[in-house]
Design a protein around this ligand. Structure first.
Ligand SMILES: [Zn+2]
Length: 232
């Protein structure tokens, strides 16, 4: 009969000790468990394998030297263009605060809401502009996305394709050519698009559009003079 009591007392102590152990140990052992998880590979490997086969992450890149477009699944700080063999820098940048250095990357440059470009050329596959362009210029080999609050002069920006983020209003003077145009905010322009123009839900396109592919999603608006001729 005393045995069960002892046992329960011991159990209680053990629980307390284990909890203390766990609490005291948690901050430090937290890093070690990560590598420790690697030794038991059966579950991990299976998970990783399934992850790769189901969701391969494909990064679209456009060579900033020859314009060739390709995709890669593995991410690295440098890669080379399969066509012209140029070694390409492939890093992403987030610019917050003042910036006046030139940047050339096959990755993405995001000029955040607090970012101010004072000078220098920013050249990247994709550029997201949410801050101020006070000097210098932007060149996106693929997408230029303009977010709400962005301050810029369109004359200092070049892009293959344009995305107008939700909550953003853009007015472009004169005829402007892009490949694709993705409109989630408001765009007033005289557009010539060689690719696809998509007005997303909540987006509005006004002005003129000349191109071959137009899609207006449910909830998207259009009040423009259209010349849509299939082909190409
Ligand atoms: Zn190239």
């Amino acid at each position: 009969m005393p045995n069960p009591r002892k046992a329960s007392v011991v159990d209680g102590f053990m629980v307390v000790r284990m909890v203390r152990h766990a609490k005291g140990g948690e901050p430090e052992p937290s890093p070690p468990p990560a590598p420790k998880k690697e030794p038991p590979p059966p579950g991990e490997k299976k998970k990783a394998h399934i992850g790769h086969t189901v969701l391969p992450t494909r990064h679209a890149i456009r060579c900033y030297e020859c314009g060739y477009e390709f995709t890669l699944t593995a991410r690295s700080p440098k890669t080379y263009c399969p066509k012209c063999r140029t070694i390409l820098e492939w890093k992403d940048y987030l610019i917050q605060g003042e910036w006046s250095e030139p940047v050339k990357t096959a990755g993405v440059i995001r000029v955040g809401p607090q970012g101010v470009l004072k000078a220098g050329s920013l050249i990247a596959t994709d550029i997201i502009l949410e801050g101020r362009l006070e000097g210098g210029d932007l060149e996106a080999f693929r997408w230029l996305e303009i977010g709400p609050g962005a301050v810029y002069d369109p004359l200092h920006m070049k892009a293959l394709s344009l995305r107008v983020a939700a909550g953003t209003e853009i007015k472009l003077k004169g005829k402007t050519g892009f490949r694709d145009v993705d409109i989630l905010g408001r765009l007033d322009a005289r557009l010539q698009a060689t690719g696809r123009v998509t007005v997303r839900a909540g987006g509005l396109l006004t002005g003129e559009l000349e191109g071959s592919h137009l899609a207006v999603e449910e909830g998207g608006g259009l009040r423009a003079r259209l010349k849509i001729v299939p082909g190409g």
